[in-house]
Design a protein around this ligand. Sequence first.
Ligand code: CA
Length: 217
Amino acid sequence: MRVLLVEDEPRLARSLARALREEGYAVDAALAGDDGLHQAESCAYDAIILDVMLPKLDGWQVLERLRRVKTTPVLMLTARDATRDRVRGLDSGADDYLVKPFDLSELLARLRALIRRSAGQGSSEMEVRGLRLDTRARSVSRGGNAVALTAREYSILEYLVLHRGEVVSRTALYEHLFDESDDTLSNLVDVHIFSIRKKLGSDLIVTRRGQGYCVEV
Ligand code: CA
């Protein structure tokens, strides 16, 4: 999953980006509202973490302009615990809120929930074709046997399972799983898919020639 972090306080932005990467997210960061809006419009993010108090454009302005063109889930960070702010945010199309200072584990939980909900998935555990995937523990089992995947393999599988029944193009996988700082080789996704198949069975991920990959339901 790829997230955009729009936060102007450099220390908080750095530590959040690091924590998110440790959780397996691809992360792009913007330090001002106008840059954040531009990135949000030009990339396919799975979620956006948006601070309210920002230079150039504030979080409300970013959200308002973004909502004219995109429905990407947005988690707002506000410094003020004011009802007025929350109402304004919900009216402007924010999907969730967090009041600063916040607990990192709460931010991560809300982010997971936002991404799940936007894919039409209610629970943190998913099951398909004997595969069980726990998005909280980032663990996987098939036929009752736990299988160890690398962080990359897990991310690819999670994305495919979250979008099960759909054909996911290789381009979409790159867009959603790697950020600007990743040095990607064109065949990398295929290498990971090959490895996932070796660990979990070749029948789980179907290749649709010329279109992409699919976990069929
Ligand atoms: Ca700020």
